[in-house]
Design a protein around this ligand. Sequence first.
Ligand SMILES: Nc1ncnc2c1ncn2[C@@H]1O[C@H](COP(=O)(O)OP(=O)(O)OP(=O)(O)O)[C@@H](O)[C@H]1O
Ligand SMILES: [Mg+2]
Length: 503
Amino acid sequence: MKGLIISGKFGEIRVRQKHGEQIELGELLIAENKDSKILMQAYDLEYGSQLSQSNLELVSGMKIEEDTDMEFMDEKIRSYTIALLKNLITITKKPHSSKALPDFFSEVREVKKEDLSFLTKPSNPLFVGNLRSGSKQLDFGIFLPGEKVFSHHILISATTGRGKSNLASVMLWDLLGKDYAGILVLDPHDEYYGRNRFGLKDHPSENLIYYSINPPPGAFTLKINIRQIKPSHFNGAADWSDPQKEALSAFYKKFKEKWIEAIITEQDTGSKFSEGTIAVIRRRLLNLLSLDFVDRNIICNGIFDVNSGLSTLNEICMNLERGKMVVIDTSIFSGNVEILIGSLISTEILNKYKHYKNSGELEGKPVVSIFLEEAPRVLGKEVLEKGQNIFSTIAREGRKFKVGLTAITQLPSLIPREILANMNTKIILGIEMQPERQAIIESAAQDLSSDSRAIASLDKGEAIITSNFTRFAIPVKIPLFEEFAKVDERKETKNSFEGINLG
Ligand SMILES: Nc1ncnc2c1ncn2[C@@H]1O[C@H](COP(=O)(O)OP(=O)(O)OP(=O)(O)O)[C@@H](O)[C@H]1O
Ligand SMILES: [Mg+2]
């Protein structure tokens, strides 16, 4: 027994903690009624005492000033901790959201694995960690319904260093063994593949495809032909003024897929654009695409090429459509170039999936998710005020076409509320800044209004998952990637985790 329910109201149940026991913030507790169990969670703690305030002051005064202990009552009875709990779910034959209080004066105890046997493994399970009660980890794997959560977008949010990348690695490792999802990872820190250390490349499956500008053996060289770029691909990646945008469209209209070459070689559209405008877009294109124009030749210094790279986008999309994972090392590019690459692939895949929807082929295709670090770069309010881009389009309507985002950010408050609300699954790790917590809490699938403090005090790898596809906000502990993957690697069957269905 951990304590006894003594007062309170719905969503604010007060429990007196038993002497010698300790209830932690975030701990899961069970109260047993006659024909149901109620699962609850501690969200706040305070002191309680049998002594009046003036007696407390007297006793402390004697202790401080006279160094004498005044014993009023048995210590166990005299002072204690009060824990405030909220209901998560009522467990009966058919578990349902709680609408009643547990019995007055009922005992509360620790949650046990058996209490949660109503939860079974969903189809296309995505492993995210183990159930957590306060800081204790339970031997109980948490699986989300992978296909659904990916098409309805995932937001992973935390202060720097709390384990966002580690969580992404765990999810990606789990995904490599499955083919219900095609995953595109734009990796600005080149941290997932494991070029010089243990990483996704060490997974036994052959589902991983890695592109880099300097690929290790077995990986692919990233080359994209400039004729595949359209002006709209720059949305989010480059900030053009209105006259500049008009000039880009005019070139595209006249020269079709050779429009970039036409700008660089200074051809004429027939429309009147100022020389300054053309000079600026020309310079910026050369710069963004790492091109030079020497002796009337276009020299390609980066991944964008005039001759090669015509099939790259198509190959990447084909692999995504086969449920494979494509990791792109964008570590040496500027943020704008990374976004441009992401936007080229994302536009292509969304268009393909739109086409499949029209032709009735979408059903048989794997869901596609695009993993994106520092998501406010393309989904931020300031960026979107200047115009939509492919990522905001996917955030708004991608789920209809089975294309979703897995957005990673330290600063969710920069993302407009409407888009945050569209991200139906949020994995919240420790967030120190109040406005950031607030942005997440306000757009969460479950009521987290009393969890701000719990979110602030989450340690590395501790998270809360709130989702339209879970019954309640689930506290989890994410394993450390290397430990998780090395154990998993040794397992013969990949699906031998204990699972639960949260749908
Ligand atoms: N689940 C975990 N269990 C134990 N330690 C962890 C866990 N997750 C992360 N860590 C530790 O914290 C460190 C930082 O984690 P990680 O790189 O995933 O943070 P991040 O949120 O991605 O940070 P950044 O904002 O800098 O990208 C890791 O190197 C690891 O040592
Ligand atoms: Mg990181």
